[in-house]
Structure formats: structure tokens, C-alpha cells
Write a protein that binds this ligand. Structure first.
Ligand SMILES: NC(=O)C1=CN([C@@H]2O[C@H](COP(=O)(O)OP(=O)(O)OC[C@H]3O[C@@H](n4cnc5c(N)ncnc54)[C@H](OP(=O)(O)O)[C@@H]3O)[C@@H](O)[C@H]2O)C=CC1
Ligand SMILES: O=C1OC[C@@H](O)[C@H](O)[C@H]1O
Length: 343
């Protein structure tokens, strides 16, 4: 069970009584099968942490009910569904945000600022990995359920795809190669679920980007030693490189390692940390990625300008390229939602 399901369960169990909420604070509900947040006029916005394959249906229903939506990643099973959700949100004047929480933290912002500063020269190659040890997710986990939009490329690959696109400041032009590791399964649909995917993409200007997404990284020493999680992104530039260790969870711990050449052409390495923006806006060094994200979401709902935002186009393009990777591996896109939204 994830932290989010836990929160959801606690919410369900405690069923907090309605209380007056100051106008400045949007009242956020969490969607679940038994949660009637959509019918509750006291709820302004909902968080949608349903399995991937249900994102489209419940986001469309929430938007139809007039709620702003903070939607878990990946936004849907297909780019077409993502496009529909954002178009609907726009037409209703509602906020819809795909919860790529890491994008709201100072650590990734610092890496982007280093790249944008030109200090390291033009980008040549990027690589991003998100790989967790085998055993973290059981066989019944939603991540292995094709009908619910399962697969490593969906679950972890959506982050790696996102960070490659974000740091390269461009969209891929092609999937050069992509391979998936699947489990032998008697079920035809479960054979379409990738436990791991590796892909290399072409970006404009001869730049390449490689992603690794693995839900079950094999153990070492004949299965006795768990491997370390792989949670890094690295960008190689003409005059050096920058790597962020733990890009998805930088609030626990992270390090930004920059290798550059000094004015005399000598190589130098420095390690940075970024737990605050220091831009005078409200923040604390302990704030999680989720806290920063929630701040931005609330800002947007309240008509203020958030420090960071993820556009509709960004979310649509992320799904476009996830689908292209699935196409290249031969597994194909996850099944489109059966939900038909009433016109
Ligand atoms: N941003 C982040 O850090 C994280 C994001 N996620 C994202 O959140 C989403 C949910 O993941 P996670 O919390 O691990 O998922 P869970 O398996 O814990 O399920 C989440 C909820 O979905 C319900 N559910 C499960 N299967 C079905 C089904 N077939 N039909 C209807 N409801 C169902 C569960 O209900 P019940 O309790 O009744 O079983 C549960 O309330 C995914 O999109 C995932 O990518 C997940 C973890 C972390
Ligand atoms: O943050 C995360 O880490 C673990 C994943 O399986 C999960 O879905 C993801 O959002």
C-alpha cells in the first residue's frame, strides 16, 4: 500500500466532520469508491490517486462536478485521454495538474538553472533511472495489472520520460530503441505488462536520452542481497556534466554533483544541495515535493501565479512518448478507458 492509499484509508476511517474552512483555503477531497467528494458542495478540489486505468474516468467525472483536480501520474493510459481531460478542464475553467511532484522541489529547479546558465555548454546526452528492488511490489499490485494501466514504463517510466523532456527543454524526435522485460505469464494481457523497460530517445540537435524504469530490479549474490534503488538523472554537456541523485525524493536526501572545467581548463567537481528556493516566498527546508506541489496547486486554484507549473501540453506530450516507447517495445499502449463521457 502506498502512502497515498494509507492517507486515503485514514480519511475514510476517520471521516472528518465538516467544519468551516476559511475562504482562502481550497477544500480538497480525496477520491475513492466510497467518497462522495464529488457531490459535496464544500469540496473545491479533489486529489485523484486511483489506479492509472481509472484516472480518465474519475478526472472527467470530477471536472464535470466542477472540481479542480490534482491527478496522479501518469495522467491516463493514452495521450488522447490526457488531451480530452485538459480540454475539458480548460472549457470548464478548472485547474488540472498531473502530480509530477518532483518538478516542484528546489533540487530539480537548481539542476535546470545550472543547465540554463550555460556553464556546462550545450547538452549532449541525458540519462534517467528509476529502478526499485524486486519484492517491493507483489504480483497482485496494480502496477502489474494491464487492465488498470500497469507496467514499469507507466509507473516509473513516466518520471524518467518527464525528467528527460524537462531537462533537455525539448521534445524527443524518435524512439531509437526500446526493450522490455516481461514476466512469463499464461495470461495474454499480463504478457503485455513490462516489469522493466529501457529506451533511448533522440532529441533535437543530435542529443540522446536514455531511460530505465524497473519495478523489480534483480537481487545480487544469487538473490541474497537487495540492489540499491536507482534514482538518478545525469546530463552530459559539452564542458562537463551534472547529476542529481534521488530526483524523485530529494526531500529525504539528494546530491547535485557538477563536474566542470575551471577558467584554466582544469576539471573541478562540486557537490550542491538545494532544499530551498530562497526567493522570499513562503517555504521551509523540510518541505516535501508534495508540499511544494500542493502549494502550487492551491496558488493556481486561487488565481495566483505558482512558482512552478506543469502545462497541459507537457502532460500530453509525456503520454505521447510513453505510448511511443510501448509501441517500440512491441507491447503497445495500455487499454483505453471504457468510460464514455456524456456530451
Ligand atoms: N506521487 C507518488 O509518489 C505516488 C503516486 N502513485 C500513483 O497513485 C496511483 C495509485 O497508486 P497506489 O496508491 O500505489 O495504488 P493502490 O493499489 O494502493 O490503490 C489506490 C486506490 O485505488 C483503489 N483500487 C485499486 N484497484 C481498484 C480497482 N480495480 N477499481 C477501483 N479502485 C481500485 C484502491 O482501493 P481499495 O483501498 O479499496 O483497495 C485504493 O483506494 C497510481 O496512479 C500511481 O502511479 C502511487 C504511489 C506514489
Ligand atoms: O513515487 C513513486 O515511487 C514508487 C512508484 O511505484 C510510485 O507509483 C511512484 O509514484
Amino acid at each position: 500500500m502506498s502512502l497515498f492509499s494509507l492517507v486515503q484509508r485514514i480519511r475514510k476511517a476517520t471521516n472528518p466532520p465538516a467544519s468551516p474552512v476559511p475562504n482562502a483555503t481550497p477544500r480538497i477531497g480525496i477520491l475513492s469508491a466510497t467518497n462522495l467528494a464529488l457531490d459535496d458542495p464544500n469540496v473545491d478540489a479533489v486529489y485523484n490517486p486511483s489506479p492509472n486505468g481509472l484516472h480518465f474516468e474519475w478526472t472527467m467525472k470530477a471536472l464535470a462536478a466542477g472540481k479542480h483536480v490534482l491527478l496522479e501520474k501518469p495522467s491516463a493510459d493514452t495521450a488522447d485521454e490526457t488531451r480530452q481531460m485538459f480540454e475539458f478542464a480548460e472549457s470548464k475553467g478548472l485547474v488540472l495538474l498531473e502530480a509530477f511532484h518532483y518538478r516542484f522541489h528546489p533540487a530539480i529547479a537548481r539542476v535546470k538553472a545550472i543547465l540554463d546558465s550555460g556553464e556546462l555548454g550545450p547538452i549532449k546526452d541525458l540519462s534517467a533511472s528509476l529502478a526499485l528492488p524486486k519484492g517491493m511490489f507483489g504480483p497482485a499490485d496494480i502496477r502489474y495489472d494491464y487492465s488498470l494501466g500497469g507496467g514499469a514504463m507507466m509507473d516509473m517510466g513516466c518520471y524518467t520520460m518527464n525528467v528527460l523532456r524537462f531537462l533537455s527543454a525539448s521534445e524527443p524526435t524518435a524512439v531509437l530503441s526500446a526493450t522490455a522485460r516481461t514476466h512469463p505469464s499464461p495470461s495474454a494481457t499480463e504478457q503485455l505488462v513490462d516489469a522493466a523497460t529501457t529506451a533511448t530517445l533522440a532529441f533535437p540537435g543530435g542529443v540522446t536520452g536514455t531511460l530505465v524504469a524497473d519495478l523489480a530490479k534483480p537481487w545480487w549474490a544469487r538473490g541474497l542481497l537487495p540492489p540499491l534503488p536507482d534514482v538518478s538523472v545525469r546530463v552530459v554537456c559539452a564542458r562537463g556534466d551534472v547529476a542529481l541523485f534521488n530526483f524523485p525524493g530529494p526531500f529525504f536526501y539528494h546530491s547535485i554533483t557538477v563536474r566542470a572545467t575551471d577558467a584554466g581548463g582544469r576539471p573541478e567537481t562540486r557537490v550542491e544541495k538545494a532544499y530551498t528556493f530562497g526567493d522570499g516566498r513562503s517555504e521551509e527546508a523540510w518541505w516535501t515535493t508534495y508540499r511544494h506541489q500542493l502549494d502550487a496547486f492551491v496558488d493556481k486554484v486561487r488565481g495566483r501565479t505558482p512558482r512552478t507549473w506543469i502545462s497541459a501540453e507537457d502532460s500530453v506530450n509525456n503520454m505521447v512518448w510513453i505510448e511511443k516507447v510501448y509501441e517500440k517495445t512491441g507491447l503497445g499502449s495500455r487499454p483505453k478507458s471504457q468510460y464514455v463521457h456524456p456530451k
